[in-house]
Design a protein around this ligand. Sequence first.
Ligand code: ADP
Length: 497
Amino acid sequence: MSARLPELVEEALATGTLAGLPDKHFINGRSVSSSSGRAMDTFDPGSGRPFAHVAAGGAEDVEAAVAAAKAALATTWRQTTPAERGRFLYRAASLVREHADRLAVAECLDCGKPLGEAKGDVAGTARAFEYYAGACDKLQGETIPLGQDYLAYTLNEPVGVTAHITPWNFPISTLGRSVAPALAAGCTVVAKPAEQTPLTALMLADLLSEAGLPEGVFNVVTGTGPEAGAPLVAHRDVRHVTFTGSVATGTLVMQAAARNITRVTLELGGKSPVIVLSDSDMEQALAGVLGAIYENAGQICSAGSRLVIERAIHDKFLEELTRRTKELTLGHGLRDPNVGPVNSQAQLDKIVDYVEGAKARGIRVATGGARAADPQTGAGWFFEPTILDNVAADDVVIQEEIFGPVLAVQTIESIDEAIERANGTPFGLVAGIYTQDITKALRLARDIDAGQIYINEYFAGGIEVPFGGNKKSGFGREKGLEALRSYCKIKSVAAKI
Ligand code: ADP
């Protein structure tokens, strides 16, 4: 029996790390060092110190991983029946649950997020494997009526070797949600986790191997974006890339994939509005807005980073929201505060620049607005939960993604103005709507250009609900049965009888 949560947390707090963390690539069923022999540190954002190291991969490691994935696709994985694939995925789900505590503590150290959130991410990852396990043997094609002299049908064939480039804000859950449908569809996988948070991808590789997945079906190469990510997305044998990250990097990924006519699913940034109308349930709306922007310290592509609120309730709502924001506890993720650190020094500097710029332009800071530290140690990369009030529609803190615990408030007079504000950025990922009036809610849902609409509960839904963006937030959908389409290619067969 492995150690349980309290012992793991104690070990991590006492030693600053966990014993036995993986530190090598996972290629063709084995842990291997980089061909260059190089390694890189990974940091604990709660202390700002390195706590583990992993292999720093490059083109040669990517080559080995893609070759392994290609060979497995043509041999073992192709011969595995859909029902057997489903059983592998069910076993993976149970193993993730069995090792949930260790995965959560590792995620918390690597990513910085509060332990409760990390536990939720791990539970969500197990759920993704379970959900897609049930889909493996239901990827049916169609028969197409051409009259009695023909038989025409379609097959959902696996697209081939798939690459999964994941970000540092939800390391295990973004990987799980894209790898599970890829495996369900019969594809093989090469994953490249973000260099800031490589550990849980490697831990997942060990668990998938324990679940009995044949060698080469799931591979992980760790390393930086330019050194390991770029050769992976440019590889001619990769037939689909699932990328979650910034718009700038997503553009590079799409360009590189275009050279091989490789398909892409891009889940990029957002600047999502939370619209609060004057008839909303205030308690529900306050809880929703707080969670939407302060969960994971605002480092969520679908964070509700803009509050779009009717003038009639602006003052009252802001007063209470500010009071509750001031009460939020900050601290090391392992102590499970309300808000943890941001992931890196670079990310912290970026947030500081945005907020200092807003102050210089005369924007009112209702609360927060400064760097902070772990109250227990004085260390770590923290930023105070912050509210910027009455911001103009064309201001950069409305138009650009900050990716931090910073809420920008926009005041509106009407539903039409709410729609205009909601649609008034380059992004289209999510919109939250708080109102008791079903007609208003459905009108907003109809007229807002976003991939997801949440009514009266921000982040409603789970792995069952398709997720993705419009405009600069990307395209393609993850989650739900919809995600399976990315990993299938349809073959039509028509025969003359
Ligand atoms: P951020 O700028 O916040 O670090 P990125 O979008 O650059 O976010 O990173 C998301 C993922 O993309 C990470 O796994 C990163 O290593 C990877 N990445 C970065 N640059 C490239 C690239 N040129 N090609 C492929 N992957 C990349």
